[in-house]
Design a protein around this ligand. Sequence first.
Ligand SMILES: Cc1ncc(C[n+]2csc(CCOP(=O)(O)OP(=O)(O)O)c2C)c(N)n1
Length: 564
Amino acid sequence: MESNKQAMKSGAKLLVEALENQHVDLIFGYPGGAVLPLYDEFYKSNIPHILTRHEQGAVHAAEGYARVTGKPGVVVVTSGPGATNALTGIADAMSDSIPLVVFTGQVHQPGIGKDAFQEADMIGLTTPITKYNYQIRDVKELPRIVNEAFYIASTGRKGPVVIDIPKDIGILTTANVHPIDIELPGYHPESTFNEDQLSRVFQLLKKAKKPLILAGAGIHHSGAVEALQEFSQYHQIPVLTSLLGLGSIPHNDLLFLGMGGMHGSYAANMALSECDVLLNFGARFDDRLATKPTEFAPNAAIVHVDIDPAELGKVIQTDVPIHGDCQEVLTQLLTMQKEPLFPQAEWLRTSQLRKTNYPYKYTDSTEIIKPQKAIELIGEITNGEAIVTTDVGQHQMWVAQFYPFKERYQLVTSGGLGTMGFGIPAAIGAQFAYPEKLVVCFVGDGGFQMTNQELAILNDYQLNVKFIILNNGVLGMVKQWQEKFHGERFSHSIFNSQPNFVKLADAYGIKGIQLTAPTTLEADLKAIFNETGPAVIDIIVDSNELVLPMVAAGQPNHCMEGVE
Ligand SMILES: Cc1ncc(C[n+]2csc(CCOP(=O)(O)OP(=O)(O)O)c2C)c(N)n1
């Protein structure tokens, strides 16, 4: 006799099925008591799971994966300390609008709120640093919640979603799953712009003598790179980017003026202070870019396109606020355009001349390796085609200035939160996403010591990641600020000793090498990059080097120090 009884399934089984439905092809995580039922099910599943060595590493690795694919990264951590270790990565993803779905374990339901072993209030802790969060209280809800979480993480302004799963939910079984259609009445991720607003953009551009485009991360997130390039090309409008917008236009494109802001190029910052129309596509006027909001682009009518309406007018008064996905807006602008709007060449010529006459520069030396030189050489050796991850500090800014980015998603860096410890695990995540590509991670000697335990994964999987430690023996960016703004009182920014990074690499089963000679640097780097597989390259660099130009915090963009 045929039975029409549905099979009973545990919460853990339902979770794996829900992940399969979402085509999840990788999980980063770290087990523990509260998630053991889930891990038991992972054991039987075909979805690969990467065991990181710390939960912070798991989240940054998932971010690396998400930042180069655009797909949500998936993380599983246990309750209490496992979950709190994940907070930095979650906040990092929130700050840069990176799609993540993070499953945190929770104590069993009767123990919640009773200080049970390894309990932490993940809803309370993650509410300000997630796009949304859930705690599952009924096993039947699990498939719907997982589907919603993926939808929320990857639509509109992307971001991290946390799902807190009490241990008993993983074990409890059910035959009946609640309907899983997504119904989120309060959630409207779609664009709401209209044609009148776009007509206003053309009206402004028609009158403009000095139009300028600012390309932010929204260009990458929405897949608008081609549309941006076509639009700027057609009308011959110069483009600057934010840090996270790098790669939206190739570094050697004549229209590209460089990155703007605190350590941006002279050409980009001068263009910002002189333009008469500024079209901002998907940048959030961060204070590292809009260094003095009250004097930002003072002569310009400002158009701001953003998928998050809360961004419009948040920092800078905007003449034409457009709530929209950058790709949709640019595509529509392309269909509406008639004649090229900007046939006069004076503004473009001035901007380009500034780019040629005032490039990022440094004084090379035969005595000591200059960090900028190392980055330049690696840019040449990799033909500007590596996926580049950075940590946070001076090296991050030099990479932004000197690595010749060409493409969407090529730079993986912690922009908004500025998280040291990000670079190593993010490189690992990016490499899992694109095993055939070379990944180069630039990291300072400070940041390297925050998450270097993740090197263990390199040995497990023989990933093709080259870690470049730009080793200046100091917390370079902190020391730079102390030099400029704290009377050269280098309070706790100089390391008394450093581990032997080559031996450390060796301990993790990875090739390690130290480079100290400027004269053989190029040949040494070529030899290392000729071999595939992981390597840690400890480059001893000048500790007195500054990141220039520099606009001091609170100064307007044109007040750049270090431009000659
Ligand atoms: C987790 C964390 N702690 C502290 C800081 C503050 N901070 C910003 S840059 C920096 C120095 C980084 O030094 P290093 O990693 O050696 O890189 P460098 O600046 O020398 O290139 C510090 C401490 C931070 N961004 N993140």
